[in-house]
Design a protein around this ligand. Structure first.
Ligand SMILES: Cc1ncc(C[n+]2csc(CCOP(=O)(O)OP(=O)(O)O)c2C)c(N)n1
Ligand SMILES: [Mg+2]
Length: 565
């Protein structure tokens, strides 16, 4: 009895075969068989995933998002039936939007105490019962959702869920594993297979050739990058291709990652500069929404959309306006393009001319941005731009940023404190996930400083207590910078835009704004962290340095930075 294999072992063995590092868990009482398997793994010194207890479903899912976002390695997430799934659902939704593969499992009971000799607990009859099963709640949020069909199929179904999650378009999959299935005997297959990672998909060679020809003959090519910096390979491949032909690169308005070095002479900032209308060829990289408004494509350019999944089924509307597609892994496609361009022979002087032109444009923009910072520094209060500039100066070049700002995001991206590859992660989906994503990034990159930049309103949506407790307990110190404009600026801004001459504007009465005056830095005290409220621009550099120093000593730091808009 003691060492019999059951469904719980099948779950852990499947995660082992899928080469997961962690099972991020915020569980309930249904998981006894899986805990038993983890105990067995521990006492027998067997290799396998680490069980990571998270104290909140949002944290469990977001840790997986941050960790996989950085490493590219898929993880497991274990939740408590329908209620746990609902609590973690916003993170799962974010994972789908970001294309982060993960296998999420939740349990349920099937027998309610009617099976002789076994009672799962009375809670399953009333409050935990989900008509259709937890997998029906998960279905709209994931690529695939089902109940484990039987103890005999559980193991292979979980493996397949992991294999599917990694396939294009990558994203979360979900499985309900009933308690009865977990407790049932399980006989492992004769051969336990190490599951290979999903191969990278590449566009056909003829399509690569055709676009390489377009690139070589283009007079004014340009690149708009949204998600190509997801991995180091994508970042490096973009630098190589851009340099080869002196192609200017801009970040799309909703860039998910650091796609290109900000100090590179070919980097031309974020958004849709006017000169894009003069481009004759534009490559968009892993872009869901390259133009704003969506139909406002560059006027003259032939547009080539590069990426694994140009059309996202979780989006209601897209209008990417591509004239041609190169569908496949972005990094691999960029590399193949560079190879094809190199093979096409020496380039003419136009490339050198272009390089000089864009280096100058880059310099002009940087100088203008410096001017903006200088002007902002003259203010008595802290302008958010001054904060972002000070962050860039205070933090080491390898700092990683998790960005959960709202009205400050475009300014953060413009005055980017982040530098190299894998240094910027946009927090996707609904608010309240920045701390979990930042902790997941820290778990993945313990040697790099991690900075969560979060709006004050967004901060309040996070599971703050749970995140700080986990950060202390698991020794994951991060620097949290609350960009505090004392409320929801976004709401007041939209309200004013809809009713510029309205009663609210006239009387400064914005109901949606919500003013808070809590000192968020105080919240870190019970967790032995470092906290400071900063309202004076002159104090910013030393406060940032002290915050960073605290994280180096293993303490999480919260800087509550009072900004003026
Ligand atoms: C879960 C969730 N609830 C509500 C919203 C709506 N919402 C979008 S922005 C925002 C305010 C965010 O405030 P803050 O982080 O302070 O940013 P600011 O608007 O001040 O720049 C809210 C409530 C949301 N995006 N997600
Ligand atoms: Mg705010």
């Amino acid at each position: 009895m003691k060492n019999r294999l059951d469904g719980g072992e099948a779950v852990v063995q499947a995660f082992r075969c899928l080469d997961m590092d962690y099972v991020m868990a915020s569980p309930g009482s249904e998981w006894g068989a899986v805990w038993e398997a983890f105990a067995r793994q521990k006492v027998s010194n067997a290799p396998g995933p680490v069980y990571f207890s998270c104290a909140h479903e949002t944290l469990a899912v977001d840790l997986a998002i941050g960790y996989t976002g950085y490493t590219g390695r898929m993880q497991g997430v274990m939740l408590h039936t329908g209620v746990g799934l609902l609590q973690g659902s916003m993170g799962i939704d974010a994972a789908q939007r970001l294309g982060i593969p993960m296998v999420v499992v939740a349990g349920e009971a099937l027998t309610y105490g009617e099976q002789e000799g076994f009672h799962p607990g009375p809670q399953w009859l009333s409050s935990l019962s989900v008509v259709g099963g937890p997998h029906s709640l998960a279905a709209p949020l994931v690529k695939w959702s089902n109940q484990a069909s039987s103890p005999a199929t559980l193991f292979e179904q979980l493996i397949r869920a992991g294999e599917m999650a990694q396939r294009t378009p990558s994203g979360p999959t979900f499985m309900t594993v009933p308690i009865e299935t977990q407790l049932a005997d399980w006989t492992p297959p004769d051969r336990i297979r190490d599951v290979p990672r999903a191969p990278k998909v590449q566009p056909p060679a003829a399509d690569i050739e055709a676009v390489a020809d377009l690139l070589v003959s283009a007079e004014r090519p340009a690149i708009v990058a949204e998600g190509s910096g997801r991995d180091v390979a994508g970042f490096d491949a973009l630098v190589a291709l851009a340099e080869m032909l002196a192609i200017p690169v801009v970040d799309a308005p909703w860039a998910d990652y650091s796609n290109f070095p900000g100090g590179h002479p070919l980097f031309q900032g974020v958004g849709q500069p006017d000169w894009l209308d003069e481009a004759d060829l534009v490559l968009t990289l892993s872009a869901r929404a390259p133009w704003n408004p969506p139909s406002r494509r560059p006027r003259r350019a032939h547009i080539v959309a590069i990426g694994e999944t140009p059309f996202r089924t979780e989006m209601v509307y897209q209008n990417i306006q591509a004239d041609r597609f190169l569908e496949g892994d972005c990094a691999a496609t960029l590399r193949l393009l560079a190879e094809a361009v190199a093979a096409s022979g020496p380039k003419n002087g136009a490339v050198e001319e272009r390089a000089a032109h864009w280096a100058k444009t880059h310099e002009t923009r940087i100088a203008a941005d410096r001017e903006i910072v200088t002007e902002a520094r003259a203010k008595k209060a802290i302008d958010p731009i001054v904060l972002f500039d000070a962050l860039g100066a205070a933090m080491p070049g390898d700092a990683i940023y998790a960005d959960e700002t709202i009205t400050h995001r475009q300014r953060l991206m413009r005055h980017r404190p982040y530098k190299g590859s894998r240094s910027y992660y946009r927090v996707a989906g609904g608010l309240g996930q920045g701390l979990g994503v930042a902790l997941g990034l820290k778990l993945a990159a313990k040697e790099r400083p991690v900075v969560a930049v979060i709006g004050d309103g967004s901060f309040m949506y996070n599971p703050i207590v749970q995140s700080l407790a986990l950060s202390a307990h698991e020794e994951l110190p991060i620097l949290v910078v609350v960009v505090n404009n004392t409320g929801y600026s976004a709401m007041a801004k939209e309200h004013r835009a809809f009713y510029p001459d309205g009663v609210a504007a006239e009387n400064d009465l914005f109901y949606g704004r919500m003013i808070t005056d809590l000192d968020y830095a105080e919240l870190v005290r019970p967790f032995d962290g470092f906290g400071r409220r900063v309202a004076d621009p002159a104090e910013l550099p030393s406060a940032l340095e002290a915050g960073l120093a605290a994280t180096r000593e293993g303490k999480t730091a919260i800087l509550n930075v009072m900004v003026d808009n």
